[in-house]
Ligand binder design. Structure first.
Ligand code: EPZ
Length: 418
């Protein structure tokens, strides 16, 4: 298992290009199941999760080819719809295969995704919506067995705005008979990006980006070429890192409108963020003001940047309250940050962070994807020694060449085999 080492103290300076969004790439790859032709996807990041979904789909007969022109996905020889437990348990987003497989083949066997470090991660809202569209589902030995001759459009109300739930049902609905109306739908940019990809295949979708999405089913779709949006969580991670280190960085490919809540909070901290034609120019302050945050579905502050922002608040002036409202167990990074001297008290779904002048280098353990990023950011400001972040395979699920990108900005950071 690899580990990443950081010798803190260097302000980040220069330019960094953001990779394509993991959480847009996964549904886009799954959407290729809907039409048995050759699709071309661009901007697909080289991540462990992307390799995992390709491995699962290859097992069903999908063929992948990556080249300069992007990732070609050919699902013309789709033979089976099984997503095995040993792969699904490593990537919960495999549930995104259920909707398109039911729409295309009328059958699917998907392992129930287990929980993960940040929460139980139920999929009940996905299943309830598919049943309302006429799917016959039953659970057996940890697998969802699904059948449907032809899904019927239906009114769907999500008790909670679920990102992959919205995406799954959108994909199920594009080939269904009649109209599907999604209410209390997720509004994340990745949902709109998937809608763009599906419209590129000939789907009839409107309202994506709002809480009500209308889909009119069609009989057939056709091949598409689609470029996924930049990864706003990676961009936000670099924004926070630049603010933390008092740096000066142009983040290329960053779209401010995908991160308005984060931009506003970082400006309150004292950072300067100016949109430029390549993306966003960020300058970090010498001193950091403490600012409270509460994670919310888009367009609120994203839960996927909560851990990174907590690392920043650990070195701010004064105290801040960080409230996590999306996942029930997303403070696992706190104990590791405290090993570096951070002063944090958890009370239910709130964390009180008492900022202090600096953090101390220490060996720490990554526990989930975004917690890993927060520990690296803490290492960037831990002085007089080397911070060692272990179990870095968590990081490789969702960040492409992160340490190389930080090296390019002047950070003293490197990877070693553990
Ligand atoms: C997506 O997960 C993202 N993953 C997550 O990113 C992100 O944190 C999350 O959305 C919230 O923005 C992908 O897009 C692949 P949800 P998802 O369904 O869809 C509850 C990362 O680090 N819920 O929007 O699984 C759920 O428990 C990952 O890149 C149900 O109760 O999240 C949670 O409390 C982590 N029943 C809330 O809704 C359901 O059927 C929001 O979850 C579905 C969800």
């Amino acid at each position: 298992m690899d580990k990443i080492l950081i010798e803190g103290g260097e302000p980040l300076r220069g330019r960094v290009r953001i990779s394509g969004a993991k959480n847009a790439a996964l549904p886009a790859v799954a959407a290729c199941l809907l039409c048995g032709e050759k699709h071309v996807l661009r901007g697909i990041p080289g991540l462990r999760d992307i390799r995992t979904i390709q491995e699962i789909m290859s097992g069903m007969g999908a063929e992948f080819q990556s080249g300069n022109n992007g990732l070609t996905v050919d699902t013309s020889n789709l033979r089976d719809g099984e997503a095995p437990y040993d792969l699904v348990r490593t990537m919960r987003a495999s549930i995104l295969l259920l909707g398109p497989l039911l729409a295309r083949l009328g059958r699917a066997r998907i392992s129930l995704p287990g929980g993960c470090a940040i929460g139980a991660r139920p999929v009940n809202l996905h299943l309830k919506a598919l049943v309302s569209m006429g799917a016959d589902l039953h659970l057996d030995r940890g697998y969802i067995h699904a059948r449907a001759d032809r899904l019927r459009g239906a009114p769907v109300f999500f008790d909670i705005p679920t990102v992959t739930g919205t995406e799954n049902i959108m994909m199920a609905a594009v080939l269904a008979e009649g109209r599907t109306v999604l209410k209390n739908a997720a509004r994340e940019p990745e949902v709109s990006d998937l809608a763009d990809a599906l419209r590129g295949m000939g789907a009839r979708i409107e309202g994506d980006g709002t809480d009500t999405i209308l889909i009119d089913g069609v009989r057939d779709l056709h091949a598409t070429t689609h470029t996924v949006i930049p990864d706003r969580i990676e961009a936000g991670t670099f924004m926070i890192a630049t603010a933390m280190t008092g740096g000066d960085v142009v983040i290329e490919g960053c779209r401010g409108e995908h991160l308005s809540a984060v931009v506003q909070k970082l400006q309150s901290v004292g950072a300067e963020l100016v949109p430029v034609k390549e993306g966003m120019h960020v300058r970090g302050p010498g001193q950091h003001r403490s600012v409270d945050i509460k994670t919310m579905p888009f367009p609120g502050f994203p839960t996927d940047l909560q851990a990174q922002f907590m690392a920043l608040m650990s070195v701010a002036d004064g105290s801040s309250i960080i409230k996590e409202t999306v996942f029930e167990n997303r403070f696992i990074h706190v104990s590791e940050l405290k090993r570096m001297g951070a002063e944090i008290e958890i009370n239910g779904n709130q964390a009180l962070v008492r900022g202090r002048a600096g953090l101390l280098p220490a060996p720490v353990m990554a526990t989930d994807l975004r917690a890993s990023a927060s520990l690296i950011l803490a290492g960037l400001v831990a002085l007089d020694g080397v911070t060692e972040v272990r179990r870095i395979y968590h990081l490789d699920r969702g960040y492409e060449n992160l340490e190389t990108k930080f090296q390019g900005l002047g950070a003293r950071i490197w990877r070693e085999k553990a």
